[in-house]
Design a protein around this ligand. Structure first.
Ligand SMILES: *[C@@H]1O[C@H](CO)[C@@H](O)[C@H](O)[C@H]1NC(C)=O
Ligand SMILES: *[C@@H]1O[C@H](CO)[C@@H](O)[C@H](O)[C@H]1NC(C)=O
Length: 251
């Protein structure tokens, strides 16, 4: 090969590499776009993606969801001050997807699923819970069995600075129920008495539903907000066309 054709060859192959990378898929391989917004395809695609997606995509700025960390969360209640810190929530990777609805024209997306989650961390609680005075601090472990959730998202479409289309999130709301059982394992509910701590813990578990309803919402709000923000980061990074193989509605 003479030097001129060598240079030419290098230039052409560099251009090919550049062109390819300009069109390279950003979405990881486990994202399989549906060819239609059928419930069957959307549920399967979502279910298949979850175990990998929850590991995060650091190069795209998408954080890990399983486990995810709660650095510090103050739970404001009347008569009881609870702080939860150094928390870890795990179990999202095994969530079961019950339904996915994607109405592209209406810019509406619904995700319904249920999961078993474990929340571990440190707690501090001072005040009263179900008439019991509490002054505790220590290890906390909360298990949720078949927590059911439905997240309802209004979406939008936009073009980024490179002209690529994206899904965006306008707003969302959600409903949930605590499912079959919530188990509390809270050490040292009374700093003064181990015996009283155990008695109250048994009582809290017997009344798990009331207890969960009394102080669970801030934790669930926190988790849902984090999950939605994570999906939003993914939408910012990955173009619309890599997520669904249906022409984007006019916008
Ligand atoms: C969508 O269609 C393409 C091309 O026919 C096919 O390879 C792909 O498997 C289809 N995707 C799904 C999720 O069925
Ligand atoms: C949660 O755990 C229960 C009991 O251990 C089990 O029956 C159920 O299938 C689990 N649910 C999920 C979503 O994994």
């Amino acid at each position: 090969m003479n030097p001129r054709s060598f240079v030419c060859c290098v230039v052409v192959s560099t251009m090919l590499v550049l062109l390819q990378s300009a069109h390279a898929r950003i979405a990881p391989d486990y994202i399989v776009p549906c060819n239609a917004t059928t419930r069957h395809c959307l549920v399967k695609a979502t279910q298949d993606a979850i175990p990998e997606f929850v590991k995060g995509l650091p190069h795209l700025g998408v954080p890990q969801l399983d486990p995810f960390v709660i650095d510090k969360l103050a739970i404001p209640l009347s008569g009881l001050k609870v702080t939860f810190h150094e928390g870890k929530v795990s179990g999202f990777k095994k969530c079961i997807v019950d339904d996915v609805v994607s109405e592209l024209e209406k810019r509406h997306f619904v995700l319904q699923f249920h999961c078993n989650l474990t929340i571990k961390g440190q707690y501090e609680a001072v005040g009263k819970i179900l008439l019991f005075p509490i002054n505790g601090e220590g290890d906390a472990k909360i298990k949720l069995t078949n927590l059911r959730m439905k997240v309802d998202i209004n979406t939008k479409y936009y073009k980024d600075s490179n002209g690529a289309n994206h899904f965006g999130l306008k707003n969302y709301k959600y409903t949930f129920d605590y499912g079959d059982k919530v188990t509390f394992d809270l050490k040292n509910l009374f700093k003064e008495s181990q015996e009283l701590s155990n008695t109250v813990l048994v009582f809290l578990n017997e009344n798990w539903k009331t207890v969960a309803e009394e102080f669970g919402k801030p934790i669930v709000d926190y988790a849902v907000d984090l999950a939605v923000k994570t999906i939003e980061k993914f939408f910012v990074a990955v173009p619309y066309e890599e997520l669904i193989n249906v022409p984007i509605p006019t916008f």
